[in-house]
Design a protein around this ligand. Structure first.
Ligand code: NAD
Length: 365
């Protein structure tokens, strides 16, 4: 059985995007925020999305209006009392989420399921604030949630397996491509995407290449439409800083690059420049290091059973638009070449070579 009525708490970037996506799939949504102003912004974002879709002829005006009508807004949390799934998308602070869950404990029926859209916090630790840890899980949508097809469905330590399967099915039925994930920092996608950006900054900091050159090499060696600096400017470098910080517990390779660390939480963008030239030796070094920064965490994920090779590749292709997804690329390069590339990480940061290296060549089998 899927979910009939979905409450979304937090009408910001993600909450309004998730509401937009679900409403377009015919799901009844109750969107809640603390203030009228925040709620109006979120409701306005839903309306704007469907108004534009109708203007561009992507859907009829009637269908657009019907989608908008699927979302009702509220600032009173009691409004989610009849929802069978509530997705929390409030600020990324443990205490804010914890306080909210305690409030929901009194509002939601015991049969309700609570999901968090957290990117960085441990789902299993958040679950402890909810009245039934078996009915708690992560539903990590990607920005822009209205159109990005990937959702990481994160199994907390105590999540009921049947509920986990139901959540995967709900994502499929609402037009998404779910990735079944274990509750490890970075889940399936940020675990390698963020270190890849971090490695690009290290290469710049070390003077191996300019941002323009590194972006060009990335486009060639990872078959991406936009290089890491261009993508980091879109995501915002300070978000990458927080995301990389979050990966710290995974070990020395995951330490933050100097520029990201120094500039920390400030608002800035990388200057990319026009001149993408560079000599062949530097290009080769950049390609090897960017690939290593993707391959090493992906092999570790496979060792830790965080997600399947097929799901990791699907996320890379659909959420990040990698033309060659990591496991597919490693299989094509072969074990000896991947060992050579990844040795940079294991030797520089004193990490063990992931056991999954032995399966390279048939990772996708
Ligand atoms: N922005 C992204 O790219 C992205 C991607 C994936 C996941 N996430 C995660 O999604 C969550 C939300 O992120 P966002 O970018 O949408 O944030 P945001 O700042 O755009 O929106 C958060 C909203 O939550 C509301 N809010 C805060 N505390 C609340 C409470 N106690 N009750 C009700 N509403 C409350 C705020 O008023 C605000 O409207 C975070 O956990 C974040 O890590 C963000």
């Amino acid at each position: 059985m899927s979910f009939q009525k979905v409450g979304i708490i937090g009408a910001g970037t993600m909450g309004s995007g998730i509401a937009t996506s679900l409403a377009g799939q015919g799901v009844d949504v109750t969107l809640v925020d603390m203030t009228d102003a925040a709620l109006e912004r979120g409701m306005g974002a839903v309306k704007k999305f469907y108004d534009r879709a109708a203007e561009k002829g992507k859907m009829s005006a009637d269908d657009a209006a019907a989608a908008v009508a699927k979302v009702e807004g509220a600032t009173d949390f009691q409004a989610v009392a009849d929802c069978d799934l509530v997705i929390e998308a409030v600020f990324e602070e443990f205490s804010v989420k914890e306080t909210l869950y305690k409030k929901l404990n009194a509002i939601l029926p015991d049969s309700a399921v609570l999901a968090t859209n957290t990117s960085a916090l441990k789902v299993s630790e958040l679950a402890e604030a909810y009245k039934d840890t078996s009915r708690f899980l992560g539903l990590h949508y990607f920005n822009p949630a209205a159109i990005n097809p990937i959702v990481e469905v994160v199994r907390g330590e105590k999540t009921d397996p049947a509920l986990f399967d139901r959540a995967l099915e709900f994502c499929r039925k609402t037009g998404k491509k779910p990735i079944a994930c274990k509750d490890h920092y970075g889940f399936a996608i940020n675990r390698f995407f963020v270190p890849y950006g971090n490695e690009a900054v290290r290469l710049m900091d070390e003077g191996v290449g300019t941002p323009a050159q590194i972006d060009r090499v990335a486009r060639e060696c990872m078959e991406v439409a936009a290089g890491p600096f261009m993508v980091m400017n879109l995501v915002k470098p300070k978000i990458m800083y927080h995301a990389q910080n979050n990966l710290g517990p995974h070990g020395a390779f995951y330490a933050i690059a100097d520029t990201l660390k120094t500039r920390g939480d400030s608002d800035y963008e990388f200057e990319i420049g026009e001149d993408a030239s560079g000599d062949e030796a530097a290009d080769q070094k950049i390609a090897d290091r960017l690939r290593a920064a993707v391959f090493f965490p992906v092999l570790q994920e496979l060792d830790e059973d965080v997600a399947s090779a097929a799901d990791i590749d699907m996320g890379a292709a659909l959420a990040l638009r990698f033309g060659k997804a990591p496991c597919e690329l490693m299989d094509a390069l072969g074990r000896d070449e991947v060992r050579r590339i990844v040795a940079h990480v294991t030797e520089t940061y004193d990490h063990a070579m992931p056991a999954s290296l032995e399966r390279v060549g048939r990772l996708r089998d």
